[in-house]
Design a protein around this ligand. Structure first.
Ligand SMILES: C[S@@+](CC[C@H](N)C(=O)[O-])C[C@H]1O[C@@H](n2cnc3c(N)ncnc32)[C@H](O)[C@@H]1O
Length: 694
């Protein structure tokens, strides 16, 4: 069992105390990479059980950790590689002696029963165990049930453990989750909402006791409708990393049961995993491309201050949606806009400027749109780029690509200092740019395009693609992202310039930096709301912005919005809607998740957009992951309470024309009477921890 899962489902089985004789493990049979399914088996003889479980197709087993210094047969018969990959240890109560043995054996995870938050002494012991386990990358999984109290107990324990990244939840879906009579709709809603909370709470494994399986007409095990809905949601959201535990003994000895007698359950779980709707999410080329980025925080790109690499451009250019939308927008402008502005398009030369051209994909789509127009067009394209290395690529295309020759002029310049003489004093009819960041304006598109206006190449009738963009924000619950952000404190403060000698960020700096991240083990807790917009040409010159967004109690805890990345799920949201406000429990918020929507062109009855906000997500587009703004300390939001998030976009320009842009943010929780229940500090005042260079 690798510590963070592969791309495949891991399934497990637990059978209380099977006694068996020792059989030497056949080493050739076991393969470290075959972690397709996880079998959790409980025994004191790991060697015997592991051999049976692997023979039946399971990946690993659980075994009881030794309570004393008594001898056991498996220690002398199993190599270390089996202990460190295929065995999960079980403890009945937190024991340092057992944890030390688990660490000695390199056992990757240890299971512990649920603990009441009132039992502070046990929480203290688990905190100590987690610290010891972390020294060898070991995890501590707490058995949790899909109830408000149980999930809250885990949340509380996790806080006692100071948000330790190796303390995770193993969630048991037991009989309480079955469909029951008239109340089924409300019950499913409640479970869906609780599961959404659990996904943001370090959900590492799902456990199905064999007793929850129903029997189908042919006598085989099958899950109830409710369990299927829940399991489908787990697979769709975190199927790349979650493990599944099957807890025996078998109650369905039918067909080929194998040595464990549990093969029919494994086959059924595999069948659920292999359904096309799940395979489409987990096994697509896009999913494989995304996998290394799941929950991995990255400092946002600064294409203005830094020079992007060849490979970065190449990755952008693979986006199947973004360029198609740009092409549609350019075609629409040519059809609707320019003809009106210029009169007869076949006689007037249309000037198109692609600013921040990179390696030229927007020039390519502009040429494609012109070809698609179907009528002759007198045009010229200027490709403006400040990255000298990218200019070599552009110049090469301009010289050697037949469609570029005579049609495209490359200009090496910062668009804000563009010399109109280099363009033969031509003014732009259409300006095409893609300077958008994960939060819309965070790569300084407003500053760059307004700078371009100042050079005089922009006229009253110039059409900009994009014409406007809007930043969106929502609270997010994610213990994982929070601990990842804290872990950044050990990285150098200035990764681009600093080497081994540069100072680490420190916790304050790490928690006051927004990160680009493919949110995964995360749950957006409310529908996202609009922060602010920028338009080109600008409606107002000021590029500072402020917003205070009140997120009112949402009994669904935003279940339809998933992790804050990807399309909103209306079907799931509709199920969760049956949740009554009175039943809505509390949730922890660990940060804010930012996204954007851009209108590339609006006119002639058409609106062509690209979007990363869940409510209007451009399906298939992968150029932007969300922007995660951490909260230094998580906020607890009780059911019925509001959370108000404030964000400021601040700018500073010095007399030399350079300067910086940064965001500040804070959050406050209030009850229905307006009483403040919790609040954060204002993160990143004066851009002390993070800013973008102009
Ligand atoms: C996000 S990339 C997009 C590149 C390309 N248009 C594409 O779609 O692949 C932004 C590009 O704009 C360039 N850029 C950013 N600010 C600029 C400025 N002020 N003047 C000229 N180029 C700029 C960067 O060097 C980079 O090549």
């Amino acid at each position: 069992m690798s510590s963070d899962g592969g791309g495949t489902l891991v399934v497990g089985l637990s059978i209380p105390e099977i006694q068996g004789t020792l059989i030497q493990a056949d080493a050739a049979f076991y393969d470290d990479s075959a972690l397709t399914h996880l079998l959790l088996y409980t025994s004191s003889d790991a060697a015997f059980l592991l051999q049976e479980a692997r023979a039946d197709g399971f990946d690993y087993i659980t075994c009881n950790l030794p309570k004393s210094l008594e001898p056991r047969t498996d220690v002398t018969s199993l190599d270390s590689r089996w202990w460190r990959t295929s065995i999960v240890g079980r403890m009945e109560t937190p024991s340092m002696q057992q944890m030390e043995w688990a660490q000695h054996m390199n056992i990757p995870a240890v299971l512990l029963p649920e603990v009441s938050p009132r039992d502070v002494d046990t929480c203290q012991k688990i905190a100590s165990l987690a610290l010891v386990a972390s020294a060898s990358n070991g995890q501590v999984w707490i058995q949790t049930r899909l109830t408000e109290d149980s999930i809250n107990a885990f949340d509380s324990l996790h806080r006692f453990c100071d948000g330790a990244s190796n303390v995770g939840m193993m969630l048991t879906l037991d009989n309480d989750v079955r469909d029951v009579g008239n109340d089924a709709q409300t019950l499913v809603a409640r479970q869906v909402v609780l599961l959404h909370k659990a996904i943001g709470s370090q959900l590492k494994a799902i456990c199905f006791p064999t007793s929850v399986f129903l029997t189908n007409k042919r006598g085989y095990p099958a899950l109830s409708k409710t369990h299927q809905v829940l399991f489908t949601e787990v697979l769709g959201r975190i199927g790349k990393t979650v493990r599944v535990l099957l807890e025996g003994p078998s109650k369905h000895e039918v067909g080929e049961c194998g040595k464990t007698k549990c093969v029919p359950y494994l086959q059924y779980i595999r069948h659920l995993r292999q359904r096309p709707e799940i395979a489409q999410i987990l096994d697509s080329p896009e999913a494989s491309l995304e996998e290394p980025y799941l929950d991995q925080l990255q400092r946002p790109l600064q294409p203005l201050a830094d020079q992007l690499e060849f490979q970065t451009y190449e990755t952008f250019e693979k986006d199947p949606v973004k360029y198609l939308q740009y092409q549609k927008a350019i075609l629409a402008v040519l059809r609707n806009g320019v003809a009106t502005i210029q009169g007869n398009p076949s006689q007037t030369r249309i000037t198109i400027m692609v600013v921040g051209a990179g390696r030229g994909p927007l020039v390519r789509v502009a040429l494609a749109a012109i070809a698609e127009l179907g009528t002759p067009l007198n045009f010229h394209i200027y490709a403006v780029e400040k990255n000298p290395s990218a200019v070599i690529y552009l110049e090469s295309l301009a010289r050697y690509d037949a469609s570029w020759k005579n049609a495209v002029t490359v200009v090496h310049s910062d668009m804000r200092q563009l010399d109109p003489h280099k363009l033969g004093n031509a003014q732009a009819d259409i300006v095409i740019s893609e300077l958008l960041g994960s939060f819309g304006d965070n790569e300084l598109c407003p500053e760059c395009l307004d700078g371009l206006i100042g050079t005089g190449v922009w006229k009253d009738t110039t059409v900009s693609i994009p014409s406007s963009y809007t930043a969106y924000l929502a609270p997010v619950s994610s213990m994982k992202l929070h601990s990842e952000a804290r872990a950044q404190s050990f990285f150098p403060a200035k990764p681009t310039s600093g080497g081994l000698d540069s100072a680490p960020m420190g916790v304050q700096c790490a928690m006051e930096t927004p990160y680009v991240v493919r949110t995964h083990a995360a749950s957006q807790t409310h529908p996202e709301q609009r922060c602010w917009s920028f338009a080109h040409p600008p409606v107002k010159r000021d590029k500072e912005r402020t917003c205070h967004l009140v997120f009112q109690p949402d009994p669904t805890h935003g279940a339809g919005s998933g992790s804050g990345y990807g399309p909103y799920d209306p079907a799931l949201a509709a199920i969760a809607q049956s949740m009554s406000t009175a039943d809505a429990g509390s949730i922890s918020v660990h940060g804010l998740v930012g996204s954007f929507e851009a209108i590339l062109y609006s006119g002639g009855g058409e609106e062509i957009t690209i979007s990363t906000r869940p409510k209007s997500f451009s399906v298939g587009m992968f150029s932007w992951f969300p922007l995660y703004f951490p909260l230094k300390e998580p906020l607890r939001v009780p059911g019925g309470a509001d959370i108000t998030c404030s964000v400021w976009r601040r700018t500073e320009t010095n007399s030399a024309g350079s300067g910086r842009v940064w965001y500040e943010w804070s959050a406050r929780v209030t009850d229905a009477m307006g009483t403040v229940l919790g609040q954060t500090h204002i993160h990143n005042p004066n851009g002390r921890s993070y800013n973008v260079t102009l």
